[in-house]
Design a protein around this ligand. Structure first.
Ligand code: EPZ
Length: 418
């Protein structure tokens, strides 16, 4: 696995176009199972997670071609309702396939999903939703078996606004006669993007982004083309990098409203942010002030997927802070590695207590999961001397050539093959 070699101390300047959202592309790829005709998805982001989902689609029988940054999916040849463990275990989003497979075949055999090691990642909310729609679900030997021959429209109330469960149940309901309601759904922008994609293909879905999503059954979905939204977490990562390093960077393509919680926290404490439409300009002197108490939460609150990056920022911010991780139960694997670089952080349960230090020092650190590895790269950008960050396969799941994107802005970072 490759490592990143970073020489800290550079400010960041310039412009960057943000790549498509991983967490929009993944459910949209799953939704292709519901269609018979060709689908063209634009600005394909070449993350390893989206590549894994393409492999799953091909295993189900779909034909996939890449024409530059266009992904052409022909789902008409899909004939399987099985997802084997070696594929399913690579990504969390394999479980999102359950809904569309049930929608198309009324049966499924899917292995348990994989995904970042940030907690137990149960699927009880997914399965409770399917059972509410009349699906017979059994679990044995690491596989989920579903008989949806009696699946019918109904009302589902999610115990927790799970992103994946919301998306999978939306897709499962597309062909159900009558009206299906999902109450207490996740409200992330990626859910709205999935709704917009489904509507473009002929589905009748409304309410995404609110407390009630309504799906009215249709006979079939047509093909079409679609350009998924840009990645608010990638953009948020680089906004935080600019606040840490200092400089002046404009990010293009991502909707500022999708990052309102982060912008509200950082503006005038860690940097100055000028946000309008799909342009976000960040000016920073590299001397951020502490953000005080940080609470991650479901959208529109502060995203858990930016917690590790915000924590890296707090380690060099003037003052003390508390970072509370309220969504996942073990999402602090980056902390011991930041401490190796001189950070002053203590964990108690789901709270990280941070005291800002004047500087971090280059060290050899290990990334253990996607966003934690990104946060170690950010720390390396400001640390004195050289830092090596292992774990490229983690960060490649959700960033496309992160070292190239940061180099474009002036960072001294390269990917070194082991
Ligand atoms: C999606 O994961 C994202 N992944 C995650 O992004 C993101 O952190 C998460 O939503 C929250 O926003 C994709 O979209 C591919 P959840 P998902 O179901 O769907 C508990 C990244 O870095 N839960 O909303 O798995 C769960 O344990 C990744 O890009 C149950 O208890 O998240 C967690 O504590 C990481 N039972 C909480 O809900 C269930 O059946 C939120 O999980 C499902 C979830």
């Amino acid at each position: 696995m490759a490592r990143f070699l970073i020489h800290g101390g550079r400010k960041l300047f310039g412009e960057l176009n943000i790549t498509a959202a991983k967490n929009a592309y993944l459910p949209i790829l799953a939704a292709c199972v519901l269609c018979d005709d060709k689908i063209v998805l634009h600005n394909y982001p070449y993350y390893s997670d989206t590549e894994s989902m393409c492999k799953i689609l091909e295993c189900l029988g779909a034909n996939i071609n890449k024409e530059g940054f266009d992904l052409v999916v022909d789902p008409s040849t899909i004939s399987s309702w099985n997802i084997e463990s070696e594929l399913a275990s690579q990504v969390r989003s394999s479980i999102f396939m359950l809904g569309p497979i049930l929608g198309r075949f009324k049966k499924a055999r899917v292995a348990y999903p994989g995904g970042c090691e940030i907690g137990a990642r149960p699927i009880d909310i997914h399965l409770a939703g399917f059972r509410k729609l009349g699906v017979k679900v059994s679990e044995r030997h690491g596989y989920i078996y579903c008989d949806a021959s009696q699946m019918s429209a109904g009302q589902i109330v999610l115990d927790f606004p799970s992103v994946g469960a919301t998306e999978s149940l939306m897709m499962a309901s597309v062909f159900l006669k009558g009206e299906t309601q999902i109450l207490n759904p996740a409200r992330e922008p990626e859910i709205v993007d999935l709704q917009n994609f489904l509507i473009k293909l002929g589905a009748k879905v409304s309410g995404a982004g609110t407390g009630k999503i309504i799906i009215r059954g249709v006979e079939r979905l047509t093909g079409g083309d679609y350009d998924p939204i840009k990645d608010r977490i990638v953009a948020g990562t680089y906004i935080i990098a600019t606040a840490m390093c200092g400089g002046d960077v404009t990010f293009k393509g991502v909707k500022a409203e999708h990052l309102a919680s982060l912008i509200d926290k950082l503006d005038k404490t860690a940097c100055k942010i000028y946000a309008k439409g799909d342009k976000i300009r960040v000016q920073a002197d590299g001397k951020p002030l502490s953000l005080g108490k940080i609470e991650t939460s479901v959208y529109p609150g502060l995203p858990t997927d930016l917690q590790a990056q915000i924590l890296a920022l707090q380690t060099i911010s003037k003052g003390s802070s508390m970072v509370c991780e309220n969504v996942f139960e073990s999402r602090f694997k980056h902390v011991p590695e930041l401490v190796k670089m001189g950070a002053d952080v203590h964990i108690k349960d789901r709270v990280a207590f941070v005291r800002g230090v004047d500087k971090l020092y280059g060290a050899s650190v290990s990334g253990m999961e996607l966003r934690g590895t990104a946060s170690l790269i950010l720390a390396g950008l400001v640390a004195e001397g050289y830092t090596t960050v292992s774990g490229s396969k983690h960060v490649d799941r959700g960033y496309h050539q992160i070292e190239k994107e940061l180099s474009v802005l002036g960072a001294d970072i390269e990917r070194v093959e082991d």
